[in-house]
Design a protein around this ligand. Structure first.
Ligand code: ADP
Ligand code: F6P
Length: 319
């Protein structure tokens, strides 16, 4: 293995830059030639590939987003698109690729592996929904952004004695809603993994009112319903005028936390160690603070699980 490349793909996440930096610097440290591929699989197909040196990744460790840019490529899902990408890699003599992204990007990485390119995946998504790792890069930053927003909304909800419904990201996974709901002291948390219980939510609001509490926070993951839809459902059961906030893309931006930078640095370097040892077809992760790797088949074959005890704890603490 002499030449490797790195790309970022799918939804961006804070800490992706720190991971790119780690891949490039660890590769150069080991004496490899390292290339940056711009715009994910789209850029790979189009040959947006540049040789990197130490300075190419200077001054990015603290920045959100990804300096390599990201994309979603329908073309790469086709055999024709994949063959174009392989041609580009062959033209540059690149034998190994590090893909930083979510589960969709991992499916693409698996295709590269099947076409004979040694590929390693690094979990980069705010959703924390990739099996085989306790945390994905960007989750901690997004969590803290959401908690900060909940705290601010709580101040005004308390002052005006209102209920607030806050919609957070998570199309298929409830980790952001669950963790931020627990950390923000939400009365109710609605996530894709647990059937929605409007009667239970209404009961909690009413119990709170009975003990003199006039404001409450409800967190909903976007994959279940919009904040407006939750309000409509509550209003079929009780007379209430909740405030609504959809946090949207601000959850994906911002400078990465120290935790995400450390995680990204460790995973980036580990991915290169595996590649340089001629190991491939693997997704790296962290389990109980130890670096681990699993095959793409294993990671993609498992459903994402939420921590049910945490969900129950949040319910118990918000009575
Ligand atoms: P994420 O990686 O954040 O989950 P996506 O699901 O949008 O984001 O996937 C990112 C990109 O990965 C897609 O736009 C596509 O180019 C590629 N990809 C996803 N699924 C496949 C697949 N089954 N085969 C090949 N490429 C795929
Ligand atoms: O990256 C994952 C994610 O943040 C999901 O939680 C969300 O549904 C999706 O990306 C939205 O991405 P976009 O608006 O770029 O399609």
């Amino acid at each position: 293995m002499k030449k490797i490349a790195v790309l970022t793909s799918g939804g961006d996440s804070p800490g992706m830059n720190a991971a790119v930096r780690a891949v490039v610097r660890k590769g150069l440290y080991l004496g490899l030639e390292v290339f940056g591929i711009y715009r994910g699989y789209t850029g790979l197909i189009n040959g947006e590939i540049k040789k990197f040196d130490l300075g190419s990744v200077g001054d990015i460790i603290h920045r959100g987003g990804t300096m390599l840019h990201s994309s979603r490529s329908e073309e790469f899902k086709t055999e024709v698109g994949q063959l174009k990408a392989i041609d580009q890699l062959k033209t540059h003599g690149i034998e190994g690729v590090v893909v930083i992204g979510g589960d969709g990007s991992y499916r693409g990485a698996q295709k590269l592996t099947e076409h004979g390119i040694a590929t390693i995946g690094i979990p980069g998504t705010i959703d924390n929904d990739i099996p085989g790792t306790d945390y994905t890069i960007g989750f901690d930053t997004a969590l803290n952004t959401i908690v900060d927003a909940i705290d601010k909304i709580r101040d005004t909800a308390m002052s005006h004695e209102k209920t607030s419904v806050i919609e957070v990201m998570g199309r298929d996974a409830g980790d952001l809603a669950l963790w931020s709901g627990l950390a923000g002291g939400a009365e109710s948390i609605i996530i894709p993994e647990v059937p929605i219980d409007i009667d239970g939510i209404v009961e909690r609001i009413q119990k709170g009112t009975e003990r003199g509490k006039k404001h409450s926070i409800i967190i909903v993951a976007e994959g279940v319903a919009s904040a407006e839809e939750v309000v409509e459902q509550i209003q079929t059961k009780m007379n209430l005028e909740p405030r609504v906030t959809t946090l949207g893309h601000l959850q994906r931006g911002g400078k990465p936390t120290g935790f995400d930078r450390v995680l990204a640095s460790r995973l980036g370097a580990y991915a290169v160690e595996l590649l340089s040892g001629n190991q491939a077809g693997l997704a790296v992760g962290i389990e109980q603070n130890k670096l681990v790797h699993h095959s793409f088949d294993e990671v993609l074959g498992k459903p994402h699980q939420i921590n049910r005890n945490m969900f129950e704890l949040a319910r118990q603490l918000s009575i």
